[in-house]
Design a protein around this ligand. Structure first.
Ligand code: DX5
Ligand code: ZN
Length: 254
């Protein structure tokens, strides 16, 4: 019997790290208007990465106005101590770095126990095989295509083969996690990551730093969908807004 084809659903997840924080609600609304179906929230602690950003209070404010799921990317040490607060603030997805978690299996279960979709992140220097034992537990795997800490960095091309490998592993092990990519995604790199197998595309500076965020989001999503040879998504469909994230993995995910 022929193997089932995995039909990717491409989603754009703008990173608010590059947004104008004085008008965060309006910026979020603009990118959703442009087709974004997830908002990516970069949380940095000044220890795991050499930068500090935001915490649960900003997530709670954003949650009040956001029409789409909040994807909280924790670039922090000791994430277990903060997962309950991010869940309480309204995070829908929470991802933690493999490199930051001594007890990664426990941390992923903790995220799910708080009603959020668990994700695991790998830095550019971390091999995909470091995730072998947790791939059945996660809703998404986030492949960093820059070293985390700052927006506006140059895309690291070796991440493409990691995305491809993850896609192959997913197929051969018949798993359902989604593949997300973060860092240096703009109109010159988006087609390559989509063709490699990425489905959730995080982009910060290319969307918020110049021009109109809504239009930038629309253009980037269009380039991604063209690369995937998919029709433009119907945002009124029940699959929009991250609902395709029900992945049938072994954790009972909300
Ligand atoms: C980097 C963050 C990214 C970053 C992406 O540590 O995780 O989400 O904001 O920004 P760009 O798209 O500008 O590379
Ligand atoms: Zn991020």
């Amino acid at each position: 019997m022929a193997a089932e084809l995995h039909i990717p659903m491409i989603e754009l997840a703008p990173s608010i790290l590059s947004a104008d924080f004085t008008r965060l609600g309006a910026e979020a609304e603009a990118v959703v208007e442009g087709g974004a179906t997830v908002l990516h929230v970069d949380v940095m602690d000044g220890h795991f990465v050499p930068n500090i950003t935001i915490g649960p209070p900003v997530v709670a404010s954003l949650h009040k106005v956001s029409k789409v799921p909040l994807d909280c990317h924790l670039m922090i040490e000791r994430p277990d101590e903060f997962i309950p607060a991010f869940a309480e603030a309204g995070a829908a997805w929470i991802s933690v770095h493999q490199e930051a978690c001594v007890h990664l299996d426990r941390t992923l279960h903790l995220i799910a126990a708080h009603g959020c979709k668990p994700g695991v992140v790998i830095n550019p220097a971390t091999p995909v095989h470091a995730l072998d034992e947790v791939l059945s537990l996660v809703h998404h795997v986030l492949v960093m295509s820059v070293n985390p800490g700052f927006g506006g960095q140059t895309f690291i091309h070796s991440s493409l083969k990691k995305i491809e490998l993850l896609s192959n592993i997913r197929e051969s092990r018949r798993l359902g996690f989604r593949i997300e990519v973060d860092g240096g995604i703009h109109r010159d790199t988006v087609a390559d990551v989509v063709r490699a197998g990425a489905e959730i595309l995080v982009s910060g500076s290319a969307i918020f730093e110049q021009g109109n965020p809504s239009e930038n989001a629309r253009q980037l999503l269009k380039s991604a969908l063209d690369a995937a040879k998919q029709p433009v998504q119907d945002l009124s469909s029940p699959m929009a807004g991250g609902a395709a994230g029900d992945c049938g993995n072994s954790l009972s995910l909300p």
